[in-house]
Design a protein around this ligand. Structure first.
Ligand SMILES: [Mn+2]
Length: 336
């Protein structure tokens, strides 16, 4: 067992020395934050605060999906800011789970101003935009990387920090059910459980606590699901009117692409959503050997081999669906 875990990626010495020099850092993650983005930023910031480092999280509350609000309640004393300010005197930024600086979830964010920036990310499309970068495309999640790093540093992990990090691993692996799941990720999860992670809370909040609006969204996603490419490609969509009817917001779109993906025989699934009028988000998933990141890149998006995203502005949703589904049909034909 030790041998399979021995080659795991850890931050370099230069990365760590910069990390250890931080006294007043700002931690940020990506737009439309998921449990990995929130869990890693809030979890690491809270762990740093427990060691006397004055860490702040940049995370606008309005961008947090209702089902993820429980994560904020796990660290009520960790300060959060809604917008970037040069007056705050941060001595560096740590950017977590974010493949490009333009995807940072903070109004007015400027990567240059604080001087020092450190990346922690598992997106293979991250090109290393920070001063010093720790990128591990084999990690299930940024929370797995943070958990591994804290153990490596010998920091004690409090129960709320353990729960925050566990939530991100659970989220990015769909409860340890995606093929990205590794022995290493389960080892980190086991360490977090030993540190007091509340598995029942995470499972209940992420999987068994649907708000009525989330339920209505799923009803529409099921209703709008279409099958094509001999049953290998499934897609669904939510128009802006669907959002208004469901009483939902753009931030509530998370893993609903799992609905078309769950159909037997489907190897690729797409979900098109217009949460904000005129802005189309596409969630792409691949199953088996089918990759979707290249398809996402074709339309200006990115992400992981089998889980990717695209954002398209100022287009009609039905035109986008027609164009992207045609490209997806070609892609799946080439891959199967
Ligand atoms: Mn992630």
């Amino acid at each position: 067992m030790t041998s399979s875990l021995a080659a795991l990626s850890l931050p370099t010495e230069s990365w760590l020395s910069r990390f250890h020099a931080l006294r007043r850092p700002l931690l940020v993650a990506h737009v439309t934050p998921d449990s990995d983005a929130i869990g890693s930023a809030l979890g690491l910031a809270t762990a740093m605060r427990e060691r006397g480092i004055d860490a702040t999280v940049g995370l606008p509350a309005v961008t947090v999906a209702k089902k993820l609000e429980f994560l904020l309640e796990l660290a009520p004393d960790t300060p959060r800011v809604d917008a970037w300010s040069t007056d705050a005197g941060f001595d560096g930024v740590i950017i977590l789970d974010t493949a490009a600086s333009r995807r940072v979830n903070l109004e007015g964010f400027d990567i240059v101003a604080p001087g020092l920036s450190l990346n922690i990310d598992h997106h293979i499309t991250n090109d290393g935009f920070a001063t010093d970068n720790w990128i591990d495309g084999d990690a299930t999640s940024t929370c797995e990387m943070v958990g591994r790093m804290l153990t490596h540093l010998g920091w004690s992990i409090s129960s709320p920090v353990a729960t925050l990090l566990y939530a991100g691993i659970h989220g990015d692996t769909a409860g340890f059910s995606l093929p990205s799941t590794t022995p290493a990720s389960m080892q980190v999860a086991a360490d977090l459980l030993a540190a007091g992670a509340d598995v029942g809370l995470v499972g209940e909040q992420l999987c068994r606590s649907q708000a009525r609006s989330d339920f209505e969204i799923l009803r529409k996603v099921y209703d709008n699901t279409k099958l094509t490419a001999d049953g290998q490609l499934a897609y669904s969509f939510l128009t802006h009117a669907d959002f208004l009817e469901a009483g939902a917001k753009a931030e509530d779109i998370d893993d609903q692409v799992g609905v078309p993906m769950a159909l037997k025989g489907v190897h690729m699934a797409l979900l098109f959503t217009e949460g904000h009028k005129g802005t189309i988000r596409i969630n792409l998933r691949g199953e088996g050997d089918v990759r979707v990141v290249e398809l996402a890149q074709q339309f200006g998006g990115g992400g992981h081999a089998q889980a990717a995203g695209v954002k398209i502005n100022d287009r009609d949703i039905h035109d986008v669906i027609e164009e992207v589904v045609a490209a997806a049909q070609t892609s799946i034909k080439q891959q199967t």
